[in-house]
Design a protein around this ligand. Structure first.
Ligand code: NAD
Length: 532
């Protein structure tokens, strides 16, 4: 029987959505079928979430945080099941599913479960001049947050964003990637198992059309992680509706290797940075600039280590590098590498697709600035390495990019590394390590340039999920200041003296004279207005 894609009932139109299919990246077989949300249903999810938010948002910060902290225990209990689900649906090695996803998620829940009351408590503002008044900021949940996430870290990214939104007192409609829907459902399972009102987290299951419906669905903020192309569409739609948004987008992260780097350690870190999750990491090391004095020995060590990587099914095998998530991603990597070879790049190891699902871990040298492998996000297991004359050339090349997510510096001299880090145009720079800070919840995560707008994680990221409101109030009994109606020219002239006295020449005596004259003018003006 064929199922019609539209049903009419009492003159109302309902769409019958085909199930969403989840495919194994290893075999291409369907591993799950999950009911899809119709785009027209998304508004109902937002309404349901809004209803649940009222009671949740009214809880004290401590009460909410206790619930968030409870998520840690649930993650600990379900760790094996979650990690296996992640590896089954993404193909990534089980070790990565445990450490990069479950562990990182638990650390986020621990941090926001314990530090939210401190981060969101009222913040006093110290006022310079008008000491008879005071100010503070307070943080109010925005309401319902639309969260849209990608497939590459399908658990920890979605979970972390949901945790921050809930900790800040919001409800959430999450649209997980259509490529990893069963992992999206795991997040719902964990939230419910922690005893958090299930209506606080609604799942909109589907592809881009469902994501677009969520962006237009009446939420109070969109938190998006994904490609720049989708990010632009989301920014346009949010701009039109004047709702706030955070965008966590792609990168082309550079690593700079200085002449004093520990080459063996550096090569190992760079190989991990380039090939973890088969290179499908927003913060992957995507291009290396090595100064000429250490270039040859570094390349030799990197190639040796890459040739030892074991490729296969991340769920079942003793494996370092899994398959590409789907054939489209494999094709992107294939075409970038082929174009680089065509333009003169040398393949030091790897270089081609394997079994229709994998791309061999690949090291390229003799690359140029113009090649796609050095300019565009590859999101695959490739490490192009370029020789540079010195550190200045390396910094200039690293910064010559439209992206600015992460960057990496390797040197034994950490002070020198930090100085270089401060000159790199990236949201995060790691000195002597890779891919670390997304899992450190205390630190902000966000890109600059085309890598994103706003940050996630950290105190700053949490506050994004709130309206920041300002209250200014009198601490002395209220009295009328001389600059209110009726205006007097004499008081206006006194204002010139005050400006000169407060901000003028460096001659302190002159400034004091201005302040005295201004005050005198004000006193006289007030006396004459009283008499009048
Ligand atoms: P994508 O942009 O194709 O999809 C991301 C999400 O957006 C998915 O859930 C998708 O269904 C949804 N979507 C698609 N079209 C939409 C639309 N018009 N309106 C609303 N939602 C829509 O990205 P992807 O391929 O899933 O992820 C890979 C990209 O994500 C890479 O560029 C990677 O660098 C980036 N990424 C960035 C970070 C970060 O923290 N900066 C982290 C992980 C991934």
């Amino acid at each position: 029987m064929t199922i019609p894609d539209t049903l009419y009932c009492a003159n109302m139109k309902f769409s019958v959505e085909p199930n969403l299919k989840s495919f194994s990246p290893v075999s291409g077989e369907v591993i799950a079928e999950i009911a899809k949300t119709a785009p027209m249903e998304v508004k109902t999810l937002v309404t349901r979430a809004r209803q649940a938010q009222k009671a949740w948002g009214a809880l004290s910060l401590n009460a909410r945080s206790r619930k968030i902290k409870g998520l840690c225990g649930v993650l600990a209990e379900k760790a094996e099941d979650i990690a296996e689900t992640i590896s089954r649906e993404t193909g990534k090695p089980l070790l990565e599913s445990v450490y990069h996803e479950v562990f990182a998620a638990a650390e986020l829940a621990r941090f926001f479960g314990s530090d939210t009351p401190k981060i969101l408590k009222k913040r006093r503002i110290s006022i310079h001049l008008l000491k008879y008044r005071s100010s503070y900021l307070h943080y109010v949940p925005r309401g319902v947050i639309g969260i849209i996430t990608p497939w590459n870290y399908p658990f920890t990214i979605s979970f972390g964003d949901v945790v921050m939104a809930l900790a800040a007192g919001n409800a959430v409609v999450l649209k997980p990637s259509e490529i990893t829907p069963t992992i999206g459902l795991k997040i719902k399972e964990v939230i419910e198992a922690a005893g958090i009102d299930p209506d606080l987290l609604q799942i909109a299951m589907g592809a881009g059309d469902v994501g677009a419906a969520l962006v237009e669905g009446g939420t109070d903020m969109i938190h998006f992680t994904g490609s720049g192309a989708t990010g632009r569409k989301i920014a346009e739609a949010c701009g039109r509706q004047l709702i706030p948004y955070v965008l966590e987008l792609g990168g082309k992260d550079a690593a700079i290797v200085l002449d004093d780097a520990d080459l063996d350690y550096t090569a190992g870190a760079l190989v991990h940075g380039g090939f973890a999750n088969a290179g499908q990491v927003c913060a992957s090391v995507e291009r290396i600039y090595a100064v000429e004095s250490i270039y040859d020995p570094l390349v030799k060590r990197i190639v040796e280590k890459v040739q030892n990587l074991r490729q296969g099914d991340g769920l079942t095998g003793e494996v370092d590098v899994g398959p590409m998530i789907f054939p489209k991603q494999l094709a992107i990597v294939e075409s970038q590498v082929a174009a680089a070879i065509e333009a003169g790049a040398t393949v030091r190891t790897g270089g081609s697709a394997k079994d229709g699902r994998y791309f061999e871990p690949t090291v390229l040298t003799d690359v140029t600035d113009e090649m796609g492998v050095m300019r565009d996000e590859t999101f695959g297991p490739t490490l192009p390495i370029m020789k540079v004359k010195d550190v200045e050339e390396a910094i200039a090349k690293a910064n010559d990019s439209r992206y600015g997510l992460s960057a990496y510096v390797f040197t034994r001299n950490t002070q020198r590394g930090r100085e270089i880090a401060e000159r790199l145009e990236a949201g995060t720079v790691d000195v002597n390590d890779v891919l670390l800070t997304h899992a450190i919840p205390e630190t902000p995560w966000g890109g600059i340039k085309e890598s994103g707008i706003g940050v996630a994680h950290s105190a700053e990221g949490l506050r994004h999920f709130c309206q920041q409101r300002h209250v200014n109030y009198n601490i002395l009994p209220s009295f009328a200041m001389p600059w209110v109606f009726p205006y007097q020219r004499r008081i206006a002239f006194a204002g010139f003296d005050f400006v000169k006295g407060l901000y003028g020449s460096s001659n302190l005596f002159k400034r004091l004279l201005h302040l005295l004259r201004g005050s005198w003018q004000v006193v006289m003006a007030l006396r004459s207005s009283k008499k009048g």
